[in-house]
Design a protein around this ligand. Structure first.
Ligand SMILES: Nc1ncnc2c1ncn2[C@@H]1O[C@H](COP(=O)(O)OP(=O)(O)OP(=O)(O)O)[C@@H](O)[C@H]1O
Ligand SMILES: [Mg+2]
Length: 376
């Protein structure tokens, strides 16, 4: 199969040298059992590549199990990955198979590998080395035959330097590393994506596709696409759907790509919008700063002997006085945080990953807070 046929068969768009090189590597590694690490910013197509590797492998008939390490609370991650024995911990009423066991003879796609807790990393390394693992609550090693594809948008080397990621695991993983460059570094792919996405949307929504002017394409090619291919796809979708049947010109592009607005007015929106995310990040950071200011004030008061056993009433009394000074507008921080989370979830139609991204917190933190505030 030549490269073009391979790309068509596995749905990998792109004509840039970068994508071609990636496809060549995929064609070579797919039929092997080698562990592959896919890196790149959010929305560059890591999952597209992972699926292609699995589907072009000898394991294609078996399942590929996708696990997002960032979305599983730390406390249960090992039992999720490796399974547990009945009675291994409170609540472990039945023996449970882990994802590795479920993926036996197939492929496991471990997304956001950088979020794997350091204690779990050593167990993961053992699986990579000899397929051995133990269920939580068992001392009997078990074996699986699983092909691992891992992905991350973090710089694992920096994580290693900060002691967040084990260097032995890092070296093991990076032996085959497919780095997908951001869209702004392979602009030749942009027209290809625009054309394909536009035709798909037009067909799906029964819209006549009247094309793009060369100026529109140039403008789309020049934008920096912080959300990469996902963002481009969303912009194309919004333009086609809202401008129904109209030929898209530079003026339309400016309307839908926020950062390209000449007058900065808020015009039709698409999801997710990086600039709105940025706004939300600012608000969230401001909240965190307020919170840490309050903590500072509290600790100063405590150091000055206003608290201690039986003495905490003084601090609280003072805080109460302050509250009254601000009057009705004062909203407790946790309430504020809860509202922001509800708003973010709402904004992203319950998509926790995007909501977490928007709030600039990890998915795991968001998961925990959703539980904490009873938002499930
Ligand atoms: N080369 C490509 N060919 C076809 N579609 C692509 C390609 N790259 C990205 N896409 C599309 O862009 C969107 C994002 O891709 P994907 O989910 O694979 O990104 P990701 O790198 O896994 O993102 P994240 O880090 O946020 O999980 C999807 O809709 C996907 O279909
Ligand atoms: Mg992904």
């Amino acid at each position: 199969m030549d490269r073009d046929q391979f790309q068509a068969k596995y749905g990998i768009l792109g004509e840039s040298i970068e994508i071609r090189e990636i496809v060549d590597i995929i064609q070579q590694v797919a039929p092997t059992d080698l562990t592959v690490l896919i890196t790149g910013e959010s929305g560059v197509g890591k999952e597209v590549i992972a699926k292609a590797i699995h589907q072009a492998s000898l394991r294609a008939e078996k399942p590929m199990i996708s696990v997002n390490a960032g979305a599983i609370p730390e406390g249960i991650i090992e039992s999720e990955l490796f399974g547990h024995e009945k009675g291994a911990f409170t609540g472990a009423g039945e023996t449970r198979k882990g994802y590795f066991e479920l993926a036996d003879h197939g492929t496991i796609f471990l997304d956001e590998i950088g979020e794997l807790p350091i204690g779990t990393q050593v167990k993961f390394l053992r699986i990579l080395e000899n397929g051995e693992y133990m269920r939580v609550g068992s001392a009997t090693p078990r074996k699986v035959d699983v092909r691992v594809i891992a992905a991350t948008n973090k710089n694992l080397e920096a994580e290693v330097n900060q002691g967040e990621f084990r260097s032995d695991l890092f070296f093991r993983l990076r032996s085959i590393n497919i780095g997908i460059p951001p869209l702004r570094e392979r602009r030749d792919d942009i027209p290809v994506f625009i054309d394909r996405f536009a035709r798909q949307v037009a067909e799906k929504n029964k819209i006549t596709f009247a094309g793009f002017t060369p100026e529109a394409i140039d403008l789309l090619k020049s934008y920096r696409w912080p959300g990469n291919v996902r963002e481009l796809r969303n912009v194309v979708e919004s333009m086609l759907v809202i401008e129904r049947g109209k030929r898209i010109d530079a003026a339309e592009v400016r309307k839908y790509v926020r950062e390209l607005h000449e007058d900065g007015r808020h015009l039709p929106v698409y999801s997710p919008k990086p600039s709105e995310q940025a706004e939300r990040e600012l608000i969230y950071r401001a909240l965190l700063e307020m919170k840490s200011d309050i903590m500072d004030i509290k600790s100063i008061l405590e150091r000055n002997g206003h608290t201690g056993p039986g003495g905490s009433g003084i601090v609280e009394a003072r805080v109460d006085t302050d509250n009254q000074a601000v009057g009705e507008q004062f909203i407790p921080l946790d309430e504020m945080e809860k509202r922001m989370i509800i708003q973010a979830l709402d904004r992203f139609n319950g998509n926790r990953r995007l909501a977490a991204e928007g709030l600039n917190i990890s998915e795991r933190t968001l998961y925990r807070k959703i539980k904490q505030y009873g938002l499930e």
